[in-house]
Each structure stands twice: as structure tokens, then as C-alpha cells.
Design a protein around this ligand. Structure first.
Ligand SMILES: [Zn+2]
Length: 240
């Protein structure tokens, strides 16, 4: 059977040769092999090879898993699709949910974005959390204004709040609005969090980005005047 696999070595000193010689010894016939540095300071070794004779899938997994200093993290056997390699081994290169990925996920799942937003929030260090959440919200709010509200003549304040911002926020929460006060009465970003959270920085940023993208709005300031995290779940924002 023909297979392709990827292994990560635990240090850069363990190289291609350390992987392919035990495979050759075990009777595999190599087709291609390639090495690249891994993010964890070792090497990633990609091998395509053929087994001879009576080797079973289990034998193959055994052989690959017993190569010293390596972790098998990907194995595909021709014609049989992907096989779970050694079950409890997570992929070694864990991708961070950076802002670009978060925005892509938000774009794909909009308006069901509370989980992505919370996941992103949790991935940030405490010191930069509030600012990063604001920034993320700003980009999303600005994107939604441009996508859904920028055609036709721009509405001034405070009309834009009721006619545009509130419907946009209603995509993810119940909203109450009066003059320059907007309240998310079921704030999905605060749900499940305690008062230390910064989920509402996302909403502040969203409102900020949304209104700032409106050419009829001069300048805008937004603040969360009360947060319902851990209590009522009602979060109130002042815009001026
Ligand atoms: Zn809040």
C-alpha cells in the first residue's frame, strides 16, 4: 500500500535521515521525502512511501510511531482516505486565532458570532484584551455599515441610530434604544461571563466603527454606561 505521512521531530537535530533510515530498514520503499522547519523548533518531515508484502495498516502506524524523537501527526493511505494517526496526539502546530482568522470566522458565521468573539477574547492576554476587542468590533461594525447601509444617502445623527444601527445590532441581540442610549437586552457577548469580561468592548468598537463609516456622522464617541455581565445581561451604551 502507498501512503503519505507527516511527522514532527522534537528537535532540529532529528532530521530527514533519522526518519527515513528506520523506514528503509523496515522494508518501505520511499517515493518522495521532504523536510521543513517546524514552528516548535524541530523539523516537519513529509514522506510518501510504499509498503511491501504483508504489512497491515496497524503495522504501518506502529512503525511510524516508533521512530525515535518524532511524533506522527498525519497519515493518509492511498485509496483508503485519511486514517487517524496515534489517537491522542494533537497536531503540533496549533494555529492561534489571530485577528485575521477571527474576522474570517466572523464573516463566515455572521450574525452568529458570539462564540467566535468569546473564543478570540479568551485567546488574548489580559493587558491587550480590551483594546483588541474594541479593534475587532470596529472592523466588524464598519464592514457591516459599508456592506448594508452605505448605498443611498447617508442618514445623520440621531436618525442613523434608530434606522440603521439598531437594526444592525438586532442581528445578534434584542435591542432597546432611546435617543443616544442603546441597550442590548440579551447581550450575547456578556452571556456566561463574569464582570471581568471585555466582550462589550467588542460592542463599543462595533458601534464606533459602524457610525464612523457613515459619512454624515462627524465624529462619534461610544461608551458602555452599564454592563450586565454576570447579572441582568443588559448592556447599555451611550453614543455622543
Ligand atoms: Zn457588557
Amino acid at each position: 500500500m502507498k501512503f503519505s505521512c507527516s511527522l514532527e521531530t522534537s528537535s532540529e537535530r532529528i532530521r530527514l535521515v533519522n526518519v527515513i533510515s528506520p523506514l528503509i530498514k523496515a522494508g518501505y520503499q520511499l517515493v518522495t521525502q521532504r523536510q521543513e522547519p517546524s514552528e516548535n523548533g524541530g523539523n516537519i518531515i513529509h514522506v510518501v512511501a510504499k509498503s511491501q508484502g504483508s504489512k497491515t495498516q496497524e503495522d504501518l502506524i506502529d512503525d511510524l510511531s516508533s521512530i525515535e524523537g518524532c511524533t506522527l501527526f498525519q497519515l493518509e493511505i492511498d485509496g483508503e482516505g485519511s486514517v487517524d494517526a496515534v489517537p491522542p496526539t494533537p497536531p503540533p502546530v496549533v494555529q492561534d486565532l489571530d485577528q485575521k482568522n477571527a474576522l474570517a470566522a466572523i464573516g463566515a458565521q455572521y450574525p452568529d458570532i458570539a462564540d467566535v468573539v468569546r473564543h478570540y477574547e479568551a485567546s488574548l492576554p489580559q493587558e491587550t484584551r480590551a483594546k483588541a476587542m474594541h479593534e475587532l468590533g470596529r472592523k466588524v461594525g464598519s464592514g457591516i455599515y459599508k456592506r448594508d447601509y452605505s448605498l443611498g444617502s447617508a442618514l445623520k445623527m440621531p436618525t442613523t441610530i434608530n434606522r440603521e444601527l439598531v437594526p444592525a445590532l438586532k442581528m445578534f441581540s434584542k435591542v432597546k434604544a432611546k435617543n443616544n442610549l442603546v441597550a442590548l437586552t440579551k447581550c450575547p457577548f456578556c452571556k456566561l461571563s463574569d464582570s471581568n469580561h471585555s466582550g462589550c468592548h467588542f460592542v463599543v468598537g462595533y458601534i464606533d466603527g459602524f457610525l464612523s463609516s457613515n459619512p454624515a456622522v462627524d465624529r462619534v464617541r461610544v461608551e458602555e454606561s452599564s454592563c450586565g455581565a454576570g447579572t441582568t445581561n443588559i448592556c447599555e451604551f451611550i453614543i455622543w
